[in-house]
Design a protein around this ligand. Structure first.
Ligand code: ADP
Length: 333
């Protein structure tokens, strides 16, 4: 499909270029030919004058030779114009094909990405849907289904539905954050406020694991969409809590160094192996060690997309079994 479109686009480029070339070729030929015709007429007139004994001007002394020279020159002109057009056709064909490839490449990449997104998502949706279906089918086939058993099935169904809902919300977020963010809606955002609201959102989760969540920030400002930036920091704190042991400590620090704003989330949890660090920002990737915790492997890919759309990035520094530091780096306001 990509190849066919590339050839079609090349054909369109060629059509436009060759139409322009042929137009100019016709103009050049008719202008030069006008001169040839004028010269031919002069030679015919000179031949006639010579036949009746009048002496022609010096340039027309040999009309026969001159006429054949004009004929030859006309032939040469046609051959050269033909060769030039052929050269342009070949050159524009090759460069058009190359340019068409370059033009279509970003579209191809985005289409491939979309296809992968759809296939990854359907794959993830299939597992909870299959287990939901099996539970319902088994329940319906059970001849001794009583109220207690029904309630148990419904409870398990509800858990699956909640999981599906969370997954679809996350997928929607991912799709929306993949769209280009309108930079006109960027504003000056207090880093302190971002940290405060992200910590507020995750406090209950930290309390449930008796984790001490502390925050500290200098009075610095980033530039962006407050909700999106809060969401990113929330994802980082959420992970820090998930992958830290009970009664451990997590710090959230906001600072500025030169032209960069840094928001770091430091935990003393399970850490990430070197091989996994390369992959954790990929959609649906979850390190083997973390599979016991709830999650879909989408949080960091969402966080990364938001950081990129704010001209920033996320740094990871982690040691297995010691802890991790995730730092959101943004340009200062
Ligand atoms: P999720 O947490 O839902 O699995 P994420 O995309 O947020 O998805 O994270 C991807 C993976 O990165 C996690 O499954 C986990 O293996 C690893 N990870 C992320 N944050 C941490 C952390 N603070 N400590 C240890 N591992 C982490």
């Amino acid at each position: 499909m990509f190849q066919r479109t590339r050839i079609k686009l090349t054909a369109w480029y060629l059509l436009i270029i060759m139409t322009v070339c042929l137009f100019f070729t016709v103009i050049i030929y008719s202008l030069v030919n006008q001169e040839f015709v004028r010269f031919e007429r002069m030679q015919i007139k000179a031949a006639h004058e010579m036949s009746i004994g009048i002496n022609p001007p010096p340039g027309s002394r040999y009309p026969e030779e001159n006429l054949s020279a004009i004929k030859e020159a006309r032939g040469n002109l046609i051959t050269r114009l033909f060769i030039i057009n052929l050269g342009i056709l070949v050159f524009s064909g090759v460069s058009g094909y190359f340019l068409a490839g370059r033009t279509l490449n970003p579209i191809k990449k985005s289409m491939d990405e979309q296809k992968r997104f759809i296939s990854d998502s359907s794959h993830e949706l299939r597992t909870p849907l299959a287990s939901l279906r099996t539970e319902i089918e088994v329940g319906l086939l059970d001849k001794n289904l009583n109220l207690e058993k029904s309630k148990k099935i419904l409870k398990s169904n509800l858990e699956e539905v909640i999981e599906l809902q969370t997954l679809s919300d996350r997928l929607l977020e991912l799709a929306q954050n993949g769209n280009a963010i309108n930079k006109n809606s960027f504003e000056k955002v207090s880093v302190k406020e971002i940290i405060d609201s992200a910590v507020k959102k995750t406090e209950k989760m930290a309390d449930a694991k008796k984790i001490k969540l502390t925050k500290k920030s200098s009075d610095v400002y980033a530039f962006g969409i407050p909700d999106r930036l809060t969401e990113t920091v929330t994802i980082l704190i959420d992970n820090a809590i998930k992958y830290s042991p009970r009664e451990s400590k997590i710090e959230v620090l906001g600072s500025q160094k030169n032209d960069q704003i840094k928001i770091s989330v430091i935990d003393h949890g399970q850490g990430i192996s070197e091989e996994d660090i390369e992959l954790i920002f990929d959609r649906f990737y979850r390190a083997e060690k973390s599979r016991s915790e709830e999650g879909f492997g989408l949080g960091l890919s969402i966080a990364k997309k938001i950081a990129h759309s704010h001209n920033g990035h996320i740094n990871v520094d982690s040691t297995l079994n010691k802890g991790s530091t995730f730092t959101l780096v943004l340009p200062k306001a």
